[in-house]
Design a protein around this ligand. Structure first.
Ligand SMILES: Cc1ncc(COP(=O)(O)O)c(C=O)c1O
Length: 392
């Protein structure tokens, strides 16, 4: 019997197992479970995007390997969209490269810069591939807590000189999943200055940049390009999670290093998916509709929580609600209450999507995350059940 690698053996267990088990049992016993667990929109991908794939598949009947870095047409479409959206002109030759969804790029990016013992600074709660990609590359993840008292922004003053010296990458994710906050200009300027002073790459995940309710979230590339790299996705913007297409943009030197990694790992984003992404980027009306719907769902659920006396905070962006639970209650306990058969609501305990920091705190404890992905009718139903049956 060949031993599984230490890398895989040492991975912590899948955190949602217990919640999933209860949810499966409820479904089996006939409960109409309403699932706010995973952030995967269930509504169809807009028809014009689906049609564009069909056309593209036939137009390229002899499939052939796609371009490693994305077709010129795709990179130029990204460049046009970026300029319209953020007012930033990018060089499609050197400052943009395609990805197979942003998860792939986020996970693989550390391979370009991380050697054994190098540190990657990672906000927590946060998207797991920031840490996993670092660990698979042999680096050390150093978690920075996102706390309500700092409006869920990183506190740079808390990073010691010793850690800063070992750090090579800092991940940011605003609009932030799961807390729903945006970053203001002064925070971005502080992050840029801190990274510059400490010779750290500023890697920013903008997966939710288009799911906003008020002010449009900014790109860090509006402020600086040197040392900055951004990870963008079509998944949430255009309900294309299954398509696996995104892009990376920023400092040409960093893009060149990342391209070198990727040409050794994969053979590019399938051409028909690049074409689907081009179609998606040329239309904003479907995104506007999605934003309106997420806003509606957010208001329904927050009203239910407020009516129970819970402290509510409107997310500025993303389709998550990071709900504070009553003091003294644990996240898992609250999530289990929601799984009572008369409620049947699945949500993710904050503690399970948050890592314990070096000073022993788990910033997700005390919160439960709701992904606003069920239909409006189902969200209304969930809100009614919560108002009627949740005892806190
Ligand atoms: C914060 C964040 N970043 C990135 C992603 C990756 O999205 P994709 O790989 O579909 O582009 C997700 C997906 O849930 C996410 O929540």
């Amino acid at each position: 019997m060949v031993n599984i690698s230490k890398r895989i053996t040492n991975l912590p267990p899948y955190p949602f197992a217990e919640i999933e088990r209860i949810s499966r049992e409820l479904k089996a016993s006939g409960v109409d479970v309403i699932d706010f667990g995973v952030g995967d929109p269930i509504d169809p991908t807009p028809e014009f995007i689906r049609e564009s794939v069909k056309v593209s598949v036939d137009a390229q009947a002899a499939s052939g390997y796609p371009s490693y870095i994305g077709s010129k047409k795709f990179r130029e479409a990204i460049g046009d969209w970026f300029e319209k959206r953020f007012g930033v002109k990018l060089d499609a030759e050197t400052e943009i490269t395609s990805s197979i969804g942003s998860k792939e790029a986020i996970f693989n990016f550390p391979l370009a810069y991380i050697d054994a013992g190098d540190v990657v600074l990672i906000p927590t709660p946060g998207y797991p591939p920031y840490a996993r990609g670092c660990q698979f590359a042999g680096g050390e993840a150093y978690f920075l807590p996102l706390l309500a008292e700092n409006n869920f922004l990183i506190d740079f003053k808390k990073i010691t000189a010793d850690i800063a010296q070992k750090a090579k990458i800092l991940w940011l994710n605003y609009p932030n999943s799961p807390t729903g906050v945006n970053a203001a200009d002064d925070f971005y300027l502080e992050a840029i200055n801190w990274c510059e002073a400490n010779n750290v790459i500023l890697a920013s995940d903008l997966a939710y940049s288009e799911i906003y309710f008020g002010e449009k979230p900014k790109s860090i590339l509006e402020f600086a390009r040197k040392g900055v790299v951004e990870f963008h996705s079509l998944s949430k913007r255009s309900r294309m999670t299954g398509y696996r297409v995104g892009f990376v943009a920023g400092d040409a030197e960093i893009i060149a290093a990342f391209r070198k990694v990727k040409t050794n790992i994969d053979s590019g984003t399938p051409a028909f998916l690049q074409d689907a992404a081009i179609a998606a980027l040329t239309d904003e009306s479907h995104v506007e509709e999605a934003r309106k719907e997420y806003g509606e769902k957010r208001d329904i659920l927050l009203a239910a929580f407020a009516s129970l006396g819970l402290e509510v905070k409107q997310p500025e962006s993303t389709f998550y609600i990071w709900q504070k639970i009553p003091a003294g209650m644990r996240s898992e306990e609250f999530a289990k209450k929601l799984l009572a058969p008369e409620i049947g609501v699945v949500a993710t305990p904050g503690s399970l999507i948050s890592d314990t920091t070096h000073d022993g705190i788990n910033p997700g404890e005390g919160y439960v995350r709701f992904a606003l992905v069920p239909t409006v009718a189902k969200v209304k139903e969930a809100a009614e059940r919560i108002k009627k049956h949740l005892k806190i």
